[in-house]
Design a protein around this ligand. Structure first.
Ligand code: INI
Length: 159
C-alpha cells in the first residue's frame, strides 16, 4: 500500500511557480491575506521570482484571471484570494457562489491546483479575525493548500 499523506515539512516549494490572484475589494483584508500567502510560500522555499501576483476588481473576477494564468502552462498552482462580506443584499451569495464554482471549474478543466482562499463572512470583524487574527490566517492556509497539492500531485505523477 502506498500512502500519500504529506507533512508540512515535506512540502516541495523550491523551483515551483505560483500565481496569486488577489481581489481589490476589501483590500485592507485581502492585502493581509496576500502578505501571509507570500510569506508562507517563501518559508517553504519558493523564490520570490517564482511568484506572480495579479490584482482583479473583486472575488467575482478571480476565476477568469485564474483561467488565463492556468492556460499559460507556466504555473504549478494558482491561489485565489478575496474577501466577501455579507451585506443587506443577495449580492453576497452571487459573488461567493460564482467565485467558488469558477475556481473549481478552472482547477478541473486545467488539471491544476486552483486554491479557494476567499473569506466569506458576515462582517468585517470576522474577516479580520481570519486574516492573521484570533481565527488564524486564511492567506497562509491557502498557500499551504497550494504547496500540499503541488507536492502530492508531483508524487502521484512520478508513481
Ligand atoms: N467583491 C468582493 O470581492 N467582496 C465583496 O464583499 C463584494 N461585495 O460585497 O459586493 C464584491 N463585489 C464585487 C464583485 O466581486 C465584482 O467585482 C463586481 O460585481 C463586478 O463584476
Amino acid at each position: 500500500m502506498a500512502r500519500y499523506d504529506i507533512e508540512h515539512s515535506e512540502y516541495e516549494g523550491a523551483g515551483r511557480r505560483f500565481a496569486i490572484v488577489a481581489a481589490r475589494f476589501n483590500a485592507d483584508i485581502v492585502d493581509r491575506l496576500l502578505e501571509g500567502a507570500l510569506a508562507c510560500l517563501g518559508e517553504h522555499g519558493v523564490a520570490s521570482t517564482d511568484v506572480d501576483v495579479v490584482r482583479v476588481p473583486g472575488a467575482f473576477e478571480i476565476p477568469l484571471a485564474a483561467q488565463r494564468l492556468a492556460a499559460t502552462g507556466g504555473y504549478d498552482a494558482v491561489v485565489g484570494l478575496g474577501t466577501v462580506i455579507r451585506g443587506e443584499t443577495p449580492h453576497f451569495d452571487y459573488v461567493c457562489n460564482e467565485c467558488a464554482r469558477g475556481v473549481a471549474a478552472v482547477s478541473l478543466q486545467h488539471d491544476l491546483p486552483v486554491i479557494f482562499g476567499v473569506l466569506t463572512t458576515d462582517d468585517h470583524a470576522q474577516a479580520l479575525a481570519r486574516a492573521g487574527g484570533a481565527h488564524g490566517h486564511k492567506g497562509r492556509e491557502a498557500a499551504l493548500a497550494a504547496l500540499e497539492m503541488v507536492t502530492v500531485l508531483g508524487r502521484l505523477a512520478s508513481r
